[in-house]
Design a protein around this ligand. Sequence first.
Ligand code: C5P
Length: 223
Amino acid sequence: AVVPDLAGRHVVVSAGGTREPLDPVRFLGNRSSGKQGYALARTAAARGARVTLVEANTGLPDPAGVDIVRVGTAVQLREAVLKAAADADAVVMAAAVADFRPAEYAAGKIKKKDGEEPAPIVLVRNPDILAEIGAERPRPGQVIVGFAAETDDVLANGRAKLRRKGCDLLVVNEVGERKTFGADENEAVILGADGGETPVPHGPKEALADTIWDLVVPSLGSD
Ligand code: C5P
């Protein structure tokens, strides 16, 4: 039986990948499937939490017993996460948020013109939602969890990112061909701001999700 150790808690999970529109038919996107975030939402609900799942472009079926907020872009995801975070005990940023968005949105479809070079796409920075929540801590005692996909110097880059983002836990995935994105299984190291390092062997995304909640639970405030 599942221990209801998140009963009475509100947790916010972001999942999927943002899409940053260029024109009505095109966007800049990424390969995040949303499966890890959905596994986090399902396992938290099973452990008794009230769950707000902020979903960006996953196309996955709605998990039962979870409040879903649908968003498209990083700016929309930020708004939805900050709103839900105001009374949350834990916030887990599993979504792949675009670091940049096109500086301009063309209201009409961008057309190719004979004999003309294509116009360059100018990008601007998106807000870093995790860093913002990590710095502001919308609610005292809140536990903030981030994800990081790294291709090299995984642990050193993870440690630096944990500090930079001001989160309590950072789940570091090594990405490469056929690893992590779109898969049903994952392998990670969970770094703690307290210096903790928890390796999670290759296995279902549900198992990684439960290990994350196992590490979150002891840090939750008592009221
Ligand atoms: O900096 P990087 O994209 O590697 O950090 C990944 C973590 O930061 C993830 O938890 C992601 O959800 C979060 N993030 C964010 N806002 C951004 C970029 C990433 O919240 N603009």
